[in-house]
Design a protein around this ligand. Sequence first.
Ligand SMILES: Cc1ncc(COP(=O)(O)O)c(C=O)c1O
Length: 380
Amino acid sequence: MKTKVPFFDLSAQFKSIKEEIQSALDEVFQTQQFILGPHVKALEEKIAQYCRTRYAIGVASGSDALLLSLMALGIGAGDEVLLPSFTFFATAGSVSRLGSIPVFVDIDPGTYNIDPAKIEEKITSRTKAIIPVHLFGQCADMNPIIEIAKRKHLSVIEDAAQALGAEYKPKSRSEGHLAGQMGDLGCFSFYPTKNLGAFGDAGMVVTDQSVLADRVRLLRVHGSQTKYYHQSIGINSRLDTLQAAILIVKLKYLEKWTSERQKKAQRYQLLFQDLLSSVNGIKLPVIQYQNRHIFHQYVIRVPERDRLRQFLTEEGIGTDTYYPLPLHLQECYSFLKYSRGDLPNSEKASEEVLALPIYPELTEDQQILVVERIKAFYKH
Ligand SMILES: Cc1ncc(COP(=O)(O)O)c(C=O)c1O
């Protein structure tokens, strides 16, 4: 079966900016400076400006952004860090790499983000930080999270890997806050399929606090300011200069691409209307408050998810399941002794979610086909 609607397609986007990318790469080739340098610095300044933060520090990946943020806060062996169970593995993996313990919190079933009402019961004397994840491109409910963190003297690291440009706007008239701007540190991923994707791995940490910015900057170069002299034990995690040159070109288009994604989301919303009343259990993405959702993913809930997914694959329509097994039930975390039933909203979401194709170049005909085939499945 020929793929009619790929789940993701980067080639159309590349075609539209190919010359610009090639000349940006040529510029780096001319200088032969491949580690840090002016391109990385320029990207850091642009991302800081875009996120309205004072500092941005380029690192090798979103996973390293999380790891370096935890290291900068001095989080280590035996410390506990609260985070949602329904997220990509890196959110918890970075905590475990440092000998710290991830403590899994259940999610809000509407937004899939960490449920602030379930945070406080998990705090102990060993808790040091909370990592809310802005999943699928919508900010977690940050006001209550920050209020708890302040009261309990905890740090907040935003995992904004999927949410560059998303805005948290709990009140209609006031100005919103951008993803990455609200916690002590914010972490971004430029993994190729992200809304702003590099041609390989890359990431960024943003913060308003100069002490933390300096720590991350030091730790990403083995804790060394002067060559071969090491103040701290860091890691090698710099944002690659070629990736920075590519990202500078692509950042110019991010707002346009985001608004295209939002239009596709609105179109899905319209196309799905009649199915919502005829099939029980189908749910479309929920936008909380007046948030600016950047639709990194368009994730619906459906009954018989695995059968539907199989049917769509046979029909040439790509989908994905983010995430099929919540983190508290992963084999590598069996030593933490969680059981099925402990975090019911995360477990239910992992059985029901289905991510549909969404990217700026997705056509109206393709979207009509996706929805029409889903309708056909439920008519069987
Ligand atoms: C929520 C979340 N956190 C962390 C990461 C890690 O980012 P990276 O793949 O750039 O290491 C990702 C992306 O893959 C992610 O989606």
